[in-house]
Design a protein around this ligand. Structure first.
Ligand code: SAM
Length: 333
């Protein structure tokens, strides 16, 4: 391996100082609010384009593609210096530091499985527990930036029939159940993620089949079938990927192109007085209320940013309610 350049050594030092400072601050907060996993570092220093999530006994991180060309060997040396800093500051053994390369992903690659030994752990937040996989996917199974959004869903769910679309590993669904939902339907294309969602339900003691149902289906087909069967829900969670293409769907899904149709389809399935929680992760995406007539659209993005994501780019989130009576909605569907 080539020797570590002086510039890299200096960056490692700056990185170490930043990690130490963040760890001290966030550890205190995390203990106080009962959170075990948090975002420790998010490209705070632009020349160090890493994102690190701290899981107490392990770290899951990504190296973002640089806007300029770097030789493989140079990048390897650089990454090894930063990994060393992570293990030193966090006192975590190197085999518990999982760093992945993240490029702008379109579709399938983002949710594909990575090779290697399977390393999982259970992490707590909001009095609940979730299984995360640190080794085999780009994402661990729990999006930490949605923590407060999950708490919001919990607070909205009491006594309601809740539908969670694009449910992934079911974190929103588990929160809905813990908030006292009377029924929780979870929909995702992936059987693997639905099995994971069921595991998360059982880790939290929600195993009753009359409370939770998982549907391995394309969301578009599920919504269409539900409309035909005149099914309704009181609260719908719509947190889709920015883009998706799968062999199991008819075409591609693109949030910028498809969000209006999707939102209207969901509104057609709301019971009188029902509401929709909509979240979008696409860079710079904002709902334009002027494009939606007869709806109350509340931008709740800012109130759902937790301590570890303050000042960072976070998803835009909305609470959407029909302004006219529930009867009108049922008549239209
Ligand atoms: C980024 S995750 C959504 C985040 C999730 N709502 C959460 O709570 O963390 C994207 C999920 O959408 C699923 N998905 C993508 N396209 C789909 C489709 N057309 N129908 C159903 N699920 C789909 C994927 O399998 C994946 O689990």
């Amino acid at each position: 391996m080539m020797p570590v350049p002086a510039k890299t050594e200096l960056q490692a030092l700056m990185f170490g100082n930043r990690l130490t400072k963040r760890l001290k601050h966030l550890n205190k907060w995390a203990r106080r609010v009962g959170v075990e996993a948090f975002r420790l570092y998010d490209r705070d220093i632009p020349e160090i384009p890493l994102v690190l999530d701290y899981y107490g006994s392990a770290v899951s991180g990504s190296l973002y593609k640089r806007p300029y060309q770097v030789e493989d060997e140079e990048e390897r040396v650089w990454l090894s210096a930063m990994s060393q800093t992570i293990t030193d500051v966090l006192t975590i053994p190197p085999e518990r530091v999982f760093l992945k390369m993240r490029e702008r992903q379109r579709g399938k690659a983002q949710y594909g499985k990575l090779a290697g030994q399977r390393v999982t752990l259970d992490t707590r937040e909001g009095g609940l527990v979730f299984r995360v996989n640190l080794s085999n996917y780009l994402d661990t199974g729990l999006f930490l930036d949605a923590r407060k959004a999950r708490a919001f869903v919990k607070a909205e769910s009491a006594g309601k029939r809740v539908l969670n679309l694009f449910c992934y590993t079911g974190a929103f669904s588990v929160y809905a159940a813990s908030g006292g939902a009377c029924a929780v339907d979870s929909v995702d294309l992936s059987k693997t993620y639905l099995d994971w969602a069921m595991l998360n339900f059982s880790l939290n003691g929600f195993e009753a089949p009359d409370l939770t149902s998982c549907h391995a289906m394309d969301v578009g087909c599920f919504l269409e079938e539900s409309r035909r069967r005149r099914l309704v829900w009181d609260f719908i969670v719509l947190d889709p990927p920015s883009f998706s293409n799968s062999k199991k769907t008819r075409g591609t899904f693109d949030i910028r192109r498809d969000h209006r149709a999707l939102i209207h389809q969901c509104l057609g399935l709301l019971a009188p007085g029902g509401s929709l929680f909509f979240s979008a992760n696409a860079r710079g995406f904002r709902l334009k209320p002027a494009e939606f007539h007869g709806l109350s659209i509340q931008d709740i993005s800012d109130i759902l940013v937790d301590e570890d994501f303050q000042g960072k780019k976070t998803p835009s989130r909305y609470l959407v309610k029909p302004q006219h009576s529930g009867k009108d909605i049922l008549d239209r569907s």
